[in-house]
Design a protein around this ligand. Sequence first.
Ligand code: SIN
Ligand code: FE2
Length: 202
Amino acid sequence: MPLDEGLLHFPAYFDRSEQEALLSDIRSVVSVAPLFVPVMPRTGKQMSVRMTNCGNLGWLTDKERGYRYQSTHPETGRAWPPIPAPLLDLWRDVSSYGQDPEACLINYYDDKASMGLHQDRDEINLGAPVVSVSLGNTCLFRIGGINRNDRTRSIKLESGDVFVLAGASRLRFHGVDRIYPATSTLLKNGGRINLTLRRVNP
Ligand code: SIN
Ligand code: FE2
């Protein structure tokens, strides 16, 4: 369902059995590329999410070197595992982009975690869409314009939903204000997982 130009929400794109299959793929990724604690550049403040990646490149941040993509896990030094097939199928289905994603960021939110309003702009290729999947508890997602002070609106993203920022909406500010506990039974210990597929290079 297009909310605006390039701003797409596909409620319940993945049904329950597909969500379970995806979750099992993500657990396999996390078993070789464990979740780590991202640290904001300069301030050294820890983000409230835990993260890891799959794909040729992964996004990360630490105090010294800041926001960036790299091909290896910051703690194990190993290459990120490949992006699971259902996510490549998703990208091919909704992105209308000729090349596959290079990076899949995996964010885990516990029920108290959130993410401040930000733009995704660490990619060299800002022409390719950002495609994201929600699993687990519902969140309150905030979406603004391409300037930080533009008016924002909020929507709920539920388990299995897909959200796309493309075209004129690619650089819109967005963030996660809160997680609603006990709104999904997918994750045994609650919380929410967000998977973000991105193309980094032209
Ligand atoms: C992000 O912007 O990195 C995450 C968005 C989300 O959790 O839905
Ligand atoms: Fe983002």
